[in-house]
Design a protein around this ligand. Structure first.
Ligand code: UDP
Length: 236
């Protein structure tokens, strides 16, 4: 196995599946199966899930809601997704812990770094909900920060695109995919991988990122075994 401890970042939008809002139970099942596969391989798994399928702070600001208030609403949206994922994983017989960036004690534990590491060591899947717990951040930043804090080997950014391209493949037919690319090159070419805060955190802490298509069965387990899936972003 190439990676022993992973931080899997899932976007909230991916959870919608074919729906236009909310959570698609088929997609949830599909992700559960993929996660179970890597769990069975003995990988320690931490997960950060976004909230874009329910609420985004920036959109709220556009509709007149205070930005900070909107960001907290966004964080609560990520917690709803995290709870749905936790439930799906537990129904599949997996052991999980949900840790929140905002204190919400009747629902889950607060994030405590040492505790999170202990859960991972014990083989529990740890889901980090409610982002970092601060406005003006994203769940990508949460993924980078938590990955560094729990000493994950890699951030796996599961998206609907199968890697980083020279241009947006949905708009430009001539776009080609990188197998590997350096942090420096991503920055220089202004390629869209993560927001700058999230990206810089990984770069400064020498934490590789893999962007891959989470909707293709077997991708997650293949890349944990070291196969070339998606695009690897590293110091080179
Ligand atoms: N958010 C925040 N702080 C955090 C994480 C998230 O304020 O640490 C808010 C922010 O408003 C964001 C929303 O939660 O728009 C949902 O997260 P994100 O957009 O990153 O989700 P994704 O796009 O991955 O579904």
């Amino acid at each position: 196995m190439k990676y022993k401890r992973i931080l899997l970042k899932l976007s909230g939008e991916a959870l919608m599946g074919d729906k236009s809002y909310g959570i698609d139970s088929k997609r949830l099942q599909q992700y559960t199966q993929e996660i179970q596969k890597v769990k069975d391989m003995g990988v320690e798994i931490a997960i950060v899930i976004g909230g874009g399928n329910i609420f985004r702070g920036v959109q709220a600001a556009e509709s007149g809601i205070d930005r900070v208030q909107g960001d907290y609403m966004g964080m609560l949206a990520t917690l709803i997704n995290a709870m749905a994922l936790q439930s799906a994983l537990e129904q599949a017989g997996l052991y999980t812990r949900l840790m929140s960036g905002i204190k919400i004690e009747s629902v889950c534990e607060p994030f405590i770094r040492r505790r999170a590491i202990r859960h991972l060591e014990k083989g529990r899947i740890v889901i980090f909900g409610a982002g970092i717990g601060n406005p003006y951040f994203t769940t990508d930043s949460t993924a980078s920060l938590r990955a560094i804090e729990v000493e994950a080997d890699v951030v796996l950014k599961g998206t609907r695109v199968d890697g980083v391209y020279t241009a947006d493949p949905e708009k430009d037919a001539t776009a080609t995919k990188y197998k590997t690319i350096s942090f420096h090159e991503v920055y220089e070419k202004n390629l869209n991988v993560m927001d700058m805060t999230a990206f810089t955190l990984c770069q400064e802490n020498n934490l590789p990122i893999i962007v891959f298509d989470m909707n293709k069965a077997g991708n997650l387990s293949d890349l944990v075994e070291g196969e070339e899936v998606g695009t690897l972003i590293t110091t080179l």
